[in-house]
Structures are given as C-alpha cells and as structure tokens.
Design a binder for this molecule. Structure first.
Ligand SMILES: *Cc1c(COP(=O)(O)O)cnc(C)c1O
Length: 415
C-alpha cells in the first residue's frame, strides 16, 4: 500500500492505468522514479502540446521567477499579462482577422466553458443551450450539463438541466441529412424546444472518442446558428493550440465562432490558464460579475507568451503537426487493414488521432500492453473503446516512429 492508495481519494483515475510514480519529464518522455522511461502519447490530454519542460519555455519562466516577477495577481495589470495579451493579439488574433476580446475566467477549461455559457445566457436572455452527443466540456455543473458521458453526469448529484443534446456529425451514420432534426425542432412551434441561447461544440470530440466533425458540417452549423440567433461557442480547450494543425481547430472550416474556449495547452508549460474569447459586442459583463482568485497566474502568462513567439510566428509547427498526423493516420489505417476481422476504425485530424476497437476492453488491453512496452496512451469514447494517439506536437520523428512501432506491437499482442 502506498500513500496514493491509502490517502488519496478513490476518485483518482489515470494513476490506476499507469501504476508507477513519475518524477521527471523531458520533451515526449516521462521518467518514473526508478528511471524507467515512458514515451508520452497522452500529452496531458492535450495540455502538453509543446512537450514536458520545453527548454525555451523553461528558460523564460526561470528568468521570470529569478527576477522576482509577480506570481499571483488576480486580474491586476502586470507586465507579464501585458506581454501575453499583446503577443496573443499580434500572433493569434490579428493574423486570423479575429477581433475577439480576451476574458480570463479562472484557470481550467471548465472555467472557460462556464463563463461562455453564463455570457451566452446573459446576452440573449435565454436559458437553454444546445450541446452534442458525446460532448465533453468539463466537470463543473454548467459544463457537465452540456457533457454527454453518463458516468460523469451521474457525479453531479442533481438534475442537469437547460441543455438539449443534438446528434453530432455522423451520429446517425450519414443516413439522415445533417441538422434535419435540429432544424425541424427550431422551426416547429409545437416541438417543445426552448429557444436556445447558444450551441456549444467541439470540432473534434476528444474525450468523446476522437469524433471529427466535417468542415461542411461545421459551416452548416454556423449558418444554422446565424439564421436562428443562437450564439456559436467552440470549445477548443483540447483541440486548440495546434492540436489539429492550425492554432484554432475551426480554422480549416473557415468559421468564426462568437465565443471560443481555450485552456489545456494555452498555458504552454502545463501551467493552468484558460481564456474565453468573445466577440466584442458580446462583452456585456459588469466589472467583477465573473470573478476568481486564479485568473492571473503570471508564470503561465510568461510560458504562454514564449510558446506563442516560439511556435506561432511561422508555420513550421503547424506543417509538422499535419505531416506527423498523416504518418499516424497511415499506421492506424495499416493496423485496420492488417486485422480485418477486428472492426478497427482509424479516426482523427492533425495529431489528434484515435483507433476505435470493437469494445472498451480491447482498447484498454491495448493501452495496458503499450504501457508494459513503455508507451503512455489513454482511452476515450463512451465505452472507452478508442485508443487515443496524442503525442506532443514537438515529438521528434524518431520518437513518433518508435511509439507507433510500440502501438503496432501492442495491438498484435492483444488481438
Ligand atoms: C479537458 C476539457 C475541458 C475541461 O477542462 P478542465 O481543465 O479539465 O476543466 C473542457 N472541454 C474540453 C473539450 C476538454 O477537452
């Protein structure tokens, strides 16, 4: 028995699948305290797009702390926050012709989602939100109300209301025209659907099983939102910051969400930081109407600024992500072809990839086999039936090949 099993709550989860004690992390590799290296194709569920202890970010943070730069500042003005805001505007917003304002809602992805939902309700005076099947938006009550997973919803202990799920892209296996049901409900005064304040969507559902929405589906969704006065919220907490290639995951579809949620890798170094980006005319907040103690973690601003300058002032990272993603895709397709009776389905975009197995037991056995061989991968999907392949975007070609080799061996060992 260890302090983890004795003292830490039963709610712990990742530590169960990977029962070692991690100590050091460098790039795409985590080291257990006994020195065993593990190739990390989990990347903090998308919080470590730039790898563990990225040297460029580390230097910036160490320098900042060394000179006694302010660490905690609620939402006071600091030099670090100014640098971050100016860099975010110049490197991310302006080149994409986005004029969104930046709100700091609290440090986690769920905080960004809660702020988005609150704002949509305040702006429109409506209460109802449309979410999608298999969505994941976080663990607080508002975010949970728009999340699909029944185990997670069950943890709420109260009814989760004011949200109506609609079928995500391809939920009905392409048999029914997109938005047929949604549009019918909106148009029919007898449908019983309350007028929605907003629609919240992930362009690729991460926790939901790497379900990719097609660009044309996203464009049709934006069009539907505009025609029916619903705000479009894109939750880019996991798929943003380059996970699918471009900085925002919705860029490929050419849509402009009214509200955008960012967290996970926006803190750069694995530091907690979240942003809710809002169209300027939606900025109807009263000062302090949404508040929080940890909305100004300056080392996170410093790391984030360094990451934006290092990786987003040219397209090297984006191109590398797309090329590496293609390579992962080819290996996953090869696996599906090599095991024709196993019902394997490769999924994903950029470096958000997954392989769907026939059931959750097989997927978790593959992840366990990978762990034994020194590779960290997690499962996703409603029954945990998808093995997720999400290396840091900075992973080297050699590491990618090695990890994919381990995955191939692990699948062969289980099937
Ligand atoms: C992880 C995640 C969240 C929640 O972020 P937390 O930091 O865990 O609160 C919300 N939305 C999406 C899409 C996520 O992947």
């Amino acid at each position: 028995m260890s302090v983890f099993t004795n003292l830490e709550s039963e709610v712990r989860s990742y530590s169960r699948g990977w029962p070692v004690v991690f100590d050091r992390g460098v790039g795409s590799v985590l080291h257990a305290e006994d020195g065993t290296p593990y190739l990390d194709f989990f990347a903090g569920a998308g919080a470590l797009n730039y790898g563990h202890n990225n040297p460029v970010l580390k230097r910036a943070v160490l320098d900042y702390i060394e000179r006694d730069g302010v660490t905690h500042s609620l939402d006071m003005n600091t030099v670090a926050k100014r640098d971050f805001l100016e860099t975010f505007e110049n490197v991310v917003l302006k080149p994409r012709e986005l004029d969104h304002k930046v709100m700091f809602p609290g440090p986690a992805g769920a905080n960004a989602v809660e702020a988005a939902l609150k704002l949509a309700r305040k702006v429109t005076g409506r209460q109802s939100i449309i979410n999608f099947t298999n969505a994941f938006h976080g663990m607080t009550l508002g975010a949970l109300s728009v999340t699909g997973n029944s185990l997670k919803r069950g943890g709420a202990g109260i009814p989760l209301v004011h949200a109506t799920p609609m079928p995500f892209d391809n939920y009905l296996d392409g048999q029914v025209p997109d938005f047929l049901w949604f549009e019918r409900l909106l148009a029919d005064s007898g449908s019983g659907l309350n007028d929605p304040a907003a629609v919240i969507v992930e362009t690729v559902q991460g926790e939901g099983g790497i379900n990719v929405a097609r660009a044309e589906w996203l464009r049709a969704l934006q069009d539907l939102c505009r025609r029916h006065d619903m705000l479009l919220i894109v939750d880019d907490v996991q798929m943003g910051c380059g996970r699918t290639g471009p900085f925002f995951s919705f860029e490929a579809a050419g849509i402009t969400p009214d509200i955008i949620c960012l967290s996970k890798s926006i803190g750069g170094y694995g530091f907690p930081l979240a942003l809710t980006l809002l169209r300027p005319d939606l900025d109807v907040w009263e000062p302090g109407e949404h508040n929080g103690t940890f909305r100004g973690i300056n080392p996170a601003f410093v790391a984030s600024t360094a990451a934006l300058r290092e990786y987003w002032t040219d397209d090297t990272l984006e191109k590398g992500t797309l090329a590496k993603g293609e390579q992962v895709g080819r290996v996953l397709t090869g696996l599906a072809e090599a095991h024709p009776t196993a019902d394997l389905l490769p999924r994903g975009r950029g470096l958000a990839r997954g392989l769907r197995f026939a059931d959750g037991g097989t997927a978790s056995a593959v992840c366990a086999a990978a762990f034994e061989r020194g590779l960290l991968m997690e499962t996703a999907g409603p029954d945990g039936e998808v093995a997720k392949v999400m290396p840091p975007l900075t992973t080297t070609d050699e590491e990618l090949e090695r990890g994919l080799g381990v995955l191939v061996d692990s699948v062969a060992a289980v099937l």
